[in-house]
Design a protein around this ligand. Structure first.
Ligand code: ADP
Ligand code: ZN
Length: 621
């Protein structure tokens, strides 16, 4: 067995299996299992195969790392991303686990050395890129080694229907064929059914149990705001609520990425662009800085994100609408992997719906595909428009029901919007679109309703229409809200042929006749941000601690940055934020006390214990 990481156990006792909990504690410094982890670990240690479905941040890694330490031989982890492998291995080495990577970045000599260690039984965990694993040379090597298990991380990459399909993952069916007696554990954070079925088929897991965790991310606060002046709203959001925090800002286009990053920098917020059009070196450097430094904001297209397992991303902001709820869930899910309070913020407006519809209409896909895409977009728009709990909606979409109908940690739960009967307003707007020939966009319709004598209004004689000036009770912003909601409800739709024009749909007739009810959420004039500060406002399931002394936190962070820089690893590999907060709030002055802080295992205590205790003592208090 691999006792290397289990220092406290004398080698002559090595035939007595150590229990998972004591390894969890001694190596990873964690006091207990989370959710189904314990059951999964037990199952795999006993030699079983399984499929693990857990959200990002759910704690999937321990499900294969612990069994690799507990079973005889080395655990082989297949992972698609080099950066992710590198960071995981850095974290394991910090914890004293014998871990290594085999991928294309290694020289022949380096790779040979690792292969020799594998054969000598000197490795607990080996991360291998899929294309590497599939080579005859690597398969032969594995055939000669003692293998504890195979873990297939990001297993949804085998799915041709999924968004992250990787052809080399298909070849992984060879694992079940060549090594039928070695346990296989496939892991993914992708929730949909079709993908699950494909994973099971391709990785030979038909008879294996599935461990499905809740996909709720209770520490993420969902917030969707009415888009007015997106750059200004974003700047305010970051500087008022997430100043100094690491975050990801998603934009649809490269140009918008560049502009937004520049605008943030100008406002004193350190931001780096990331998109496929950037030089590969710059892109890699920006990604590295985001991962390794504290509090960098990355502004990116969706090309960025997969495999980013930085645990302390405190916010994800969307300046453009994603294309589906799946995409929204996945992108926002990159916030708060460490379980600490985080925000998923999106600014959204009518132009987003119009733009996404146009992209679908103009795509070359088959009609059936376009219909599916429109259905997915509609589902996301209704999430954006709902006056009810966002989390309930989001999880409901994935077939999961929350125990409570209100989560208490989304904008709608925290400050419920007013919902009013909007029948008359809807009728006025729809009549206006109809009487003006269904050829005009939102701005012109609003001008007519409010009774503005613009040049265009006069040019088309719309000041002579019965609808001219019948909507003076609302301002422009309120009418925009009405239009957006009518589009979201499907009574009004962007014309695929005439850009920006809004036309009536079949269901509009019912509204005009007064047969269909229309409830509209109020467009509060500058909705007060009643949302509280990000710290200490919600009960979070994991890793929450009372706030510690800020000067000690600052000192610990500075120390961490320095250590990370010297060792060439990301700051979170040295200590997680939760561990820093734990130290700052309980102020340990002995190694026994320090060892009780989650995240401080035996190796970290040995390496850093004295320095950390000295920092606590030096900070007075
Ligand atoms: P995933 O791979 O599912 O996204 P990770 O395995 O990276 O998630 O774990 C996410 C975070 O949760 C990490 O910071 C990890 O240290 C922490 N974590 C995992 N399991 C536990 C546990 N049992 N107790 C405390 N923290 C945990
Ligand atoms: Zn809610």
């Amino acid at each position: 067995m691999s006792v290397s990481a289990l220092a406290p156990i004398p080698s002559r006792l090595s035939d007595i299996a150590p229990d998972p909990l004591s390894v969890l504690n001694s190596v990873f410094g964690l006091p207990g299992f989370r959710g189904a982890q314990e059951e999964i670990v037990g199952h795999v240690v006993a030699g079983g195969n399984c499929l693990v479905l857990m959200p990002t941040g759910g704690g999937k890694s321990l499900c294969y790392q612990l069994p690799s330490l507990l079973r005889e031989g080395c655990g082989i982890v297949v992972s698609p991303l080099i950066a992710l492998m590198r960071d995981q291995v850095a974290g394991l080495l910090e914890a004293g686990v014998k871990a290594a990577v085999l991928n294309s970045t290694l020289s022949y000599e380096e790779a040979s050395a690792i292969e020799a260690r594998l054969l000598a039984g000197d490795l607990d965990l080996l991360y291998v890129a899929p294309e590497r694993l599939l080579t005859p040379r690597c398969l032969a090597l594995l055939g000669r080694a003692k293998i504890a298990l195979f873990a297939i991380d990001e297993a949804h990459c085998v799915s041709q229907w999924g968004h992250d399909f990787r052809p080399e993952y298909i070849g992984l069916s060879v694992i079940a064929e060549r090594f039928p007696n070695v346990p296989r554990i496939a892991l993914t954070a992708t929730a949909d059914d079709l993908t699950r079925k494909e994973i099971v088929d391709r990785l030979g897991l038909a008879d294996a149990p599935r461990f499905v965790a809740s996909f709720d991310r209770p520490n993420i606060k969902y917030e969707i705001v009415d888009k007015q002046n997106a750059p200004a709203q974003l700047k305010a959001f970051i500087s008022e609520r997430h100043s100094g925090d690491a975050g990801i800002v998603y934009c649809l286009s490269r140009a918008k990425v560049e502009d937004t990053a520049a605008a943030l920098n100008k406002a004193g917020i350190e931001a780096l662009p990331y998109h496929a059009g950037l030089d590969a070196n710059i892109r890699a450097r920006n990604q590295d800085r985001f991962l390794n430094e504290d509090g960098v904001v990355i502004v990116a297209t969706i090309a960025f994100g997969m495999g980013i397992d930085k645990p302390d991303v405190r916010f994800v902001a969307h300046l453009d609408l994603p294309k589906s709820i799946e995409a929204y869930y996945q992108e926002t899910g990159r916030a708060g992997r460490d379980g600490k309070p985080s925000t998923a913020w999106m600014a959204y407006g009518l132009s987003d719906i119009v733009q996404q519809r146009r992209m679908i209409d103009e795509s070359t896909g088959a009609e059936a595909f376009k219909r599916v895409s429109i259905g997915k977009l509609d589902a996301l728009v209704s999430l954006a428009e709902t006056a009810n709990c966002r989390r309930t909606r989001l999880l409901g979409y994935f077939g999961e029901t929350l125990a409570a109908t209100k989560c208490g940690n989304c904008d709608n739960c925290l400050s419920p919007p007013l919902v009013r009967d909007g029948k008359v307003a809807a009728q006025k707007l729809l009549s206006c679109a109809y009487r003006t020939g269904q050829r005009f966009g939102a701005m012109h319709l609003i001008d007519v309703l409010i009774g503005r004598e613009t040049e265009r209004v006069q040019q088309f004689g719309h000041d002579k229409l019965s609808v001219f000036g019948i909507g003076a009770e609302f301002n422009e912003k309120q009418w925009r809200g009405v239009i957006r909601q009518l589009v979201a409800m499907g009574h009004l739709q962007p014309d695929a042929e005439a850009f920006g024009a809004l036309k009536l749909t079949e269901t509009a007739r019912g509204v005009l006749k007064g047969e269909t009810e229309v409830m509209l959420r109020e467009q509060a004039a500058g909705r007060p941000s009643r949302t509280k500060s990000r710290r200490g406002d919600i009960a979070v399931s994991a890793g929450q601690s009372k706030a510690g002394d800020p000067s000690l936190i600052g000192a610990l962070r500075a120390w961490r940055s320095e250590v990370a820089r010297q060792r060439g690893v990301p700051a979170y590999v040295v200590l997680h934020d939760a561990t820093i907060d734990g130290i700052a709030s309980s102020r340990p002055t002995t190694s026994g006390q320090l060892r009780n802080i989650p995240g401080i295992g035996e190796k970290k205590l040995e390496h850093y214990g004295d320095e950390l205790i000295a920092l606590v003592k030096a900070s007075g208090g």
